[in-house]
Design a binder for this molecule. Structure first.
Ligand code: FEO
Length: 169
């Protein structure tokens, strides 16, 4: 059984993951509105991944006989300067989530919640990958700058992302 402080912290992280999901959905909407259809597709899949992260913690909380308490999800940003800014904000969001996961891991360590430590290792590894991916995309946008042909190519490339749920990366 998880301590109350651990349960509260996991519920908070469920909310953080759902906020990330919501935020990516908002980014997807902005991208599609601006006709960056590939970027919108990428963001939509990312939103789905975040929802799955939340569900993973939901399942873990229940498996440890904890109580899942859902909280209100904050309003995400809906207006952006450019498509580059969207991905810069995505990267910043991932860096924030990494800090949140690190904090949760530290708490689990102090609470001697060993099963939670094992579960959270998956999230730590996932954050390395998510930050890396976002950083690489920001780098590509910075190289392309305002060149329309290259932007179209990059949008097409991002549109080829497939769902990890489909068993492919
Ligand atoms: Fe679930 Fe991208 O952090």
């Amino acid at each position: 059984m998880l301590s109350q402080v651990m349960q509260d912290a996991i519920n908070e992280q469920i909310n953080n993951e759902l906020f990330a999901s919501y935020s990516y959905l908002s980014m997807a909407a902005w991208c599609e509105h601006k006709r960056f259809i590939g970027c919108a597709h990428w963001m939509r899949l990312q939103s789905e991944e975040e929802r799955i992260h939340a569900l993973r913690l939901h399942d873990f909380q229940l498996a440890r006989d904890g109580q899942v308490v859902y909280q209100a999800i904050a309003q995400p940003e809906s207006d952006f300067e450019s498509v580059v800014e969207v991905f810069e904000k995505a990267l910043a969001q991932e860096q924030t989530v990494t800090q949140q996961i690190d904090g949760l891991y530290e708490l689990a360590f102090n609470e001697k919640a060993f099963a939670a430590l094992v579960e959270l290792e998956w999230f730590i590894t996932e954050q390395v990958e998510e930050e890396k991916t976002a950083r690489e995309i920001v780098h590509k946008f910075n190289m392309v700058k305002d060149d329309p042909a290259s932007l179209l190519d990059l949008d097409r490339e991002l549109g080829q992302r497939v769902s990890e749920q489909a068993g492919a990366k």
